[in-house]
Design a protein around this ligand. Structure first.
Ligand code: BGP
Length: 487
């Protein structure tokens, strides 16, 4: 290869596919020995923007005893538990090379730390993996996707208490031992960088804490997750050194509102609060800029002997991330500068971009910027494991869904990914969110749909669960067939 050569288009073996998460698809919350996770009890999983969180212990206890599936749509998901064969067949029909799903901790250990794993839960994932292998679809497995067992929230206050690491270690040892020879790509915590924004990621209740105490608790909980992630990586290396362990963040490309250096510094500081996570999980140590942040906010991370060594040695093999939107940092907002505070979307409005009905700014070029920045900073393979459009779809009388808006969104993002690959970025694959309609995490509703396949189900859990191919299904099929040439 000459120095002037650069790659064109997607490499051979590029992993096209889609992604999902247990609490949003599986359902079957009360059968085959499953226990509940916090996400299945609290609407929206307790996901907030501010440092305030309104999840209470009483609300969680009530939700655990409340048997109403209608109030908690996440308890029935899209019933993947009973439809997995049909759904994986649909993925195969689209030509999927890979499928990301998460294992539900409370399906394997109903209370998080039971004396023995629930064999029926393990058998479910045996069946899912067999089906994927049958169609030669590479499984990509998330160990923790916003679903701390509810029982561990009540026992330890979730990840706030270091003792949860021991329970997590048994869970990861059990599933890695069972599946590591069948699964090459693993990842530890879904969007670990959202851990300071609410209950959903750490399973810790802190509604009656002061803002400062809350921040202390959440960063401590995140430290416990870093350690548990490094332990899982160690376990995987021992069980199957050929497999890869990734870390995963939710990425909002961050822009300064203006070229005013004050805005630029602010954008950099705010961005560091997200880069902190891959800095620890890939570079293997807490970055220096966080010392200053911790000191400014009176945060003291308690580390046990050996923690730093674990983080150093057992760092992630690849960096995976979700990308839906970008954000703007503004040091001197005017009254006319609109602040965005809709579930996960944050920051200020960007006049150059349009938003979804949920206020998430649509920014395909930001994805190219992210890919280049990540590749430059970490020099490990990158993996896009979530990207997609939540929209209200209309099913026609002839059972069609003409979702040209979703096709446009995905197309524009894939075009920019192609540019980044031509820029020289090493990208393993692209997994859109989500192949089959799924319950939205932030709204707990079905009507915010992401799928290429429509599921006949409404926000109250009413419907036939019938699967219907949308126009985007056929579009994505051609994208995969042509390895991204025909968009
Ligand atoms: C990510 C989560 C997913 C998912 C997606 C879309 O942050 O990892 O679980 O649901 O966002 O968000 P929502 O479902 O809230 O629209």
């Amino acid at each position: 290869m000459y120095a002037t050569d650069y790659p064109h288009g997607f490499p051979a073996g590029f992993m096209w596919g889609g992604a999902s998460a247990a609490t949003q698809i599986e359902g079957a919350w009360n059968i085959d020995g499953k226990g509940l996770s916090g996400a299945e009890c609290i609407v929206g999983g307790g996901q907030h923007n501010s440092t305030h969180d309104n999840v209470t212990k009483a609300a969680l206890e009530k939700a655990i005893t409340d048997q109403s599936t209608q109030r908690y749509p996440k308890r029935h998901g899209n019933d993947f538990y009973h439809h997995y064969k049909e759904d994986i067949k649909l993925m195969a029909e689209m030509g999927f090379k890979a499928y990301r799903f998460s294992i539900s901790w409370s399906r394997i250990f109903p209370h998080g730390d039971d004396p023995a794993p629930n064999e029926q839960g393990l058998k479910f994932y045996d069946r899912v993996l067999a089906e994927l292998h049958h169609y030669e679809i590479e499984p990509v497995v998330t160990l923790f996707h916003y679903d701390t067992p509810a029982a561990l929230t009540l026992k330890y206050n979730g990840w706030a208490d270091r003792r949860i690491i021991r329970a997590a270690k048994r869970y990861t040892q059990t599933v890695l031992k069972r599946y590591a020879n069948q699964v090459k790509y693993w990842m530890t915590f879904n969007e670990i960088n959202t851990g300071t924004t609410g209950f959903h990621a750490t399973g810790a209740i802190d509604n009656d804490y002061s803002p400062a105490a809350r921040l202390q608790l959440r960063y401590q909980a995140l430290h416990h997750q870093f350690v548990a992630g490094a332990i899982a990586t160690k376990q995987l290396r021992e069980i199957n050194p050929q497999s890869k362990m990734g870390c995963m963040i939710g990425r909002d490309q961050t822009y300064p509102a203006t070229s005013n250096p004050t805005d630029v510094v602010l954008a950099q500081r705010e961005d560091q609060l997200n880069l902190f996570y891959p800095d620890v999980q890939i570079r293997g140590e807490y970055p220096a800029y966080m010392n200053r942040y911790f000191s400014d906010h009176h945060i003291h991370i308690q580390m046990a002997a050996g923690d730093q060594e674990l983080l150093k040695v057992y760092h992630a093999d690849y960096l995976s991330f979700s990308y839906y939107t970008s954000r703007v940092s503004n040091s001197r907002p005017l009254a006319s500068d609109k602040k965005i505070t809709v579930n996960m979307a944050r920051g200020f409005n960007n006049p150059y971009l349009k938003g979804t009905p949920w206020g998430w700014l649509i920014d395909p070029r930001g994805l190219r910027v992210t890919l280049n920045e990540f590749w430059d900073r970490y020099r490990v393979p990158l993996f896009i494991v979530e990207n997609g459009l939540g929209a209200v779809d209309q099913l026609t009388s002839t059972m069609k869904v003409h979702d040209d808006y979703r096709i446009a969104y995905l197309k524009e993002h894939i075009e920019q990914i192609k540019e980044a690959v031509s820029d020289g970025v090493k990208l393993i694959g692209y997994l859109m969110w989500s192949p089959i309609d799924i319950v939205s995490f932030s709204t707990s509703e079905m009507s915010k749909r992401y799928g290429l396949v429509y599921v006949d189900l409404d926000d109250d859990g009413q419907g036939t669960y019938k699967r219907i191919r949308k126009d985007s299904f056929f579009w994505y099929q051609r994208v995969i067939e042509t390895n991204g040439e025909k968009l």
